[in-house]
Design a protein around this ligand. Structure first.
Ligand code: BES
Ligand code: ZN
Length: 867
């Protein structure tokens, strides 16, 4: 064990479980005024590897009422039970030392079906027969470390075992778990449901649900029974997810050359859900917006999300469930991989969506953004105890992780990469693996030194910027240094092994050169001619490039002539703005580049331009009634108005998914920049929608709701609120919540925050707070509100809950040193468990923007006033 590892708070290694028999009885009809609870028993078969009189298990917020340890019929001892709240453990102490060998631990326990969306919890929803009444369902969310809230267990990912679950439930309720039911018997108005034994797996993947449900079903081509469950009466909303699921599951089975090992797959929408979805083996749980679609009301974006989330969770059935990370340090193997693999599957199902191009302006772009902070972290990060785990479900594990995989897969070719994955999955099936194990298999498959190539990408924080200058005669000089968005240098001078894709004008094939060390030369490059050369072809690599002026100007000309593909156009744009942020390029030069996009029609490029304009106008034009703001507005109009004419307000028959996305982006941005013509059309359409005269395209609802709230003020706000109250579709509610925060009236904004607290589902409160924080007039209000409610939120959602980090989203919008100090001061005395790194990142971002403003505001103001 290395020195670093020894800080981990782990269970003692003296006992190793092989099987759990679990039985639960949730009470979904609590007496008026009392909380619903559950009772349970666990029999755990363990092997003691050394003589001991204590066995330590994990338990949290659980009352363990009895414990005994038996080795055979005639040896049973009652154990003394002691709970350690801080370490989330329960220790069973036998009266005398137990010799090594096989034992059976019996425990009984009870707990509350909590409202924190963790462990074994309750979710509330409207009774479909009487909407004034509430109904309860009991569901689980165990990842990362909350199986211990449902039963005492060895709750670490590499302590795998098999599980047999029995559920006692009301007769009319549906019981689900990872495995199919093998026995069901009625007992006094209730029923006892016995599930088949699971394969050997980690505790965090166990799941069970007791609820009144409907379902639709299908079957994969390999004969796996596939169902989608919802609340009663809503099962048809799961049709698209089911259609995707039955195709994606066999897609992965074929790709990995390993059959899906369970006989069934259930996916279920849960009304209250902390994350987006959870990959429990054979019983994947989802937030409603990640599973349900109403074809008449759901946007193209919502559809893309459902396909993407389903594919992500199904990828985990192999990467995560069959082969699990050895410890949370290697979480990225689960999440980064599933994020990459989801796009792989969606690209196969819907090639016309061009998800790999979108990858560049969403996944990769966000990864580069966060990872340019000093307070970022390496993909492989030391995790010492449970409170630190939640925070690494972040852009680094997911997005940089996926970007690392894409970089490597493209470098090796997906085919070679796949061969390595297959042997890796086969070797570690039903077991655990670490990052190096994957590298080992890829090394064998490719014959290349993968460990050496990749370890600086996963063990080292950050990524490089390559400075490129032409030496003439077909050669360029390249040097690398860590890219930090606050423009500072990393004194430790890290370097990366960088696979650089080179693309020359006139050639559709790129080739790779490897930069090893702080600098080097590339050959075969267009330097003397008027032709361009683009490095980081298809934006495959995790790095930015600062070109010499002559190389840059040739590339910018190529943007206008559409000689470069969308990924490469995108990367020139996003690198320029990133360099500007860091003070390595004047911001006006980056702004100048947007003009090369005047003929742009590609959705992804438009999305990136809009994002850049939003970011810049928020920083450099903070007052709406300022000359600067009008400048940004003119710039946005110049780029988007011509396009808005061609996309129009109605869907053309049979138009593509991307065209729908483009329409909502273009019109949405014009509304954001308050373009009069677009605003008035949006308001008119909103009015006829509300009055029932006309339909409103789902893709245009959010922009139109925004326009209505901004232009009509309270009248528009009330109408959107009405839509919120009348809809049953969470997607529609989210749209409304996002628009309500746009109201200019500060008094109403304040009421909106109070309303969120009182009326909005706990899972969505952050949506409202963040929408108010996005409003220039609401920033301060949202921050005050957050401070006032912070401790209540910590209490309500639980320490270490990832809602803590989500809520912090509302103070990252600031851009002055005073605000940075204010945020710092507040959190210095607040309870922050599992959000300390997020806080640092938030502070660093505020300060980065403050110095960006100081540095470039004058020049930007001069430039933008001439637009
Ligand atoms: N394993 C996660 C769920 C999770 C997230 C558990 C955080 C515990 C803490 C799941 O596979 C996941 O990644 N869900 C994503 C959606 C996905 C499509 C990116 C989520 O919840 O946002
Ligand atoms: Zn995941």
């Amino acid at each position: 064990m290395s020195e670093v590892e020894s800080k981990r708070v782990l269970l003692p290694k003296n006992a190793k479980p092989s099987h759990y028999d679990l039985e639960f009885s949730p009470d979904l009809f609590p007496a008026e005024g009392s909380e619903p609870t559950f009772e349970g028993s666990a029999t755990i078969y363990v092997k003691l590897v050394e003589a001991t009189n204590t066995i330590v298990l994990n338990a949290k917020e659980l009352k363990v009422t009895s414990g005994s340890i038996c080795s055979s019929e005639d040896f049973c001892v009652r154990a003394e039970i002691s709970l350690d709240e801080k370490n989330e453990t329960v220790t069973l102490t036998a009266p005398e030392a137990l010799s090594p060998g096989d034992y059976k631990i019996d425990t009984t326990f009870n707990g509350v079906l909590n409202e924190k969306m963790m462990g074994f919890y309750r979710s509330e929803y409207k009774d479909p027969l009487d909407s004034s009444k509430k109904k309860l369902m009991a569901v689980t969310q165990f990842e990362p470390t909350d199986a211990r809230m449902a039963f005492p267990c060895f709750d670490e990912p590499n302590i795998k075992a098999t599980f047999s679950v029995t559920m006692n439930a009301p007769e009319s309720y549906t019981c689900l778990s990872n495995m199919p039911i093998i026995k069901e018997e009625a007992a006094e108005g209730k029923k006892k449901v016995v599930f088949d034994k699971t394969p050997i797996m980690s505790t965090y993947l166990l799941a069970f649900v007791v609820a009144e449900l409907d379902f639709i079903k299908g079957e994969t081509k390999d004969g796996v029974e596939f169902r989608v469950y919802t609340e009663k009466g809503r099962s048809e909303l799961g049709q698209f997810a089911l259609d995707c699921g039955v195709k994606v599951l066999p897609f992965f089975a074929t790709f990995f050359e390993i059959a899906y090992p369970l006989p069934k797959m259930d996916m279920i929408a849960i009304p209250d859900f902390a994350a987006g979805a959870m990959e429990n083996w054979g019983l994947v749980t989802y937030r409603e917006t990640a599973l349900l679609l109403d074809p008449s009301q759901s946007s193209a974006q919502a559809k893309a999300r459902v396909a993407g989330v389903v594919a992500h969770e199904l990828a985990h059935q192999w990467f995560g469930n069959l082969v699990t990370m050895d410890w949370w340090t290697h979480l990225w193997l689960n999440e980064g991989f599933a994020t990459w693999a989801a796009d792989l599957a969606v690209d196969t199902l819907f090639p016309e969506w061009k998800v790999w191009v979108q990858f560049v302006c969403t996944t990769l772009s966000s990864a580069l953004h966060l990872d340019a902070l000093r307070s970022s972290h390496a993909i492989e990060v030391e995790i010492n105890d449970a409170t630190e785990v939640n925070e690494i479900f972040d852009a680094i594990s997911y997005l940089k992780g996926a970007s690392v995989i894409r970089m490597l897969a493209n470098y090796l070719s997906v085919d070679v990469f796949k061969q390595g994955l297959i042997t890796y999955l086969k070797e570690f099936s039903y077991s655990n693996a670490a990052t190096e194990d994957l590298w080992q298999h890829l090394e064998t498959a490719s014959g290349k030194p993968i460990k050496e190539l990749m370890s600086n990408w996963t063990k080292q924080v950050g990524y490089p910027v390559l400075e490129v200058s032409d030496l003439g005669n077909g050669e360029v000089q390249v040097s690398q240094s860590r890219f930090l968005s606050n423009g500072t240098e990393d004194a430790s001078k890290p370097t990366w092994m960088v696979p650089i894709g080179v693309l020359n004008a006139g050639s559709s094939e790129s080739y790779y050169e490897l930069l090893d060390g702080s600098s080097g030369q590339l050959s075969g490059v267009n330097t003397n001619s008027s032709e361009w050369t683009k490095l980081n072809a298809y934006q495959s690599g995790i790095f930015r490039i600062k070109y010499s002026d002559s190389m840059a100007s040739k590339l910018i000309t190529a943007i206008g002539k559409s000689e470069l593909g969308p990924e490469d156009r995108l990367s020139l744009l996003s690198d320029s703005f990133a360099l500007a942020r860091a003070g390595r390029l004047p911001t006006v030069k980056a702004l100048e580049i947007t003009k090369a996009f005047s003929q742009e029609t590609e959705y992804t490029c438009i999305l990136s331009i809009c994002a850049a304009l939003t970011e810049l106008s928020r920083l450099f034009a903070q007052e709406v009634d300022s000359e600067e703001y009008r400048g940004f507005k003119r710039l946005a109009e110049q780029l988007l108005v011509p396009l808005s004419k061609s996309v129009g307000w109605e869907a053309k028959p049979g138009e593509s998914h991307i065209q729908s996305l483009l329409r909502s982006q273009v019109l949405g941005s014009l509304i954001e920049f308050e373009h009069e013509g677009t605003m008035s059309e949006a308001v008119a359409r909103f009015k006829s929608f509300v009055s029932g005269e006309a339909e409103l395209l789902p893709d245009l609802r959010l922009p139109c709701y925004f326009a209505a709230v901004e232009v009509l003020g309270k009248e528009g706000y009330d109408a959107v609120m009405q839509i919120y109250k009348e809809t049953d579709l969470n997607e529609e509610m989210v749209r409304c919540m996002r628009a309500l925060g746009a109201i200019p009236d500060v008094g109403v904004l304040e009421e909106t925050l109070q309303w969120a607290l009182a009326e909005v589902k706990a899972q969505d409160i952050y949506v409202v707070i963040n929408s108010v924080a996005k409003n220039r007039r609401g920033k301060d209000l949202a921050w005050e509100f957050l401070q006032k409610e912070w401790e209540n939120f910590v209490e309500r959602f639980g320490k270490g809950s990832h809602f803590n980090t989500r809520m912090m989203g509302s103070c990252t919008e600031f851009s002055s040193e005073e605000k940075a100090v204010e945020v710092e001061k507040f959190f210095a005395s607040a309870t922050i468990v599992g959000a300390t790194r997020t806080l640092e990142q938030c502070l660093e971002s505020i300060r980065m923007r403050a110095s960006w403003y100081q540095r470039d505001a004058e020049e930007v103001h001069a430039w933008i006033s001439k637009v």
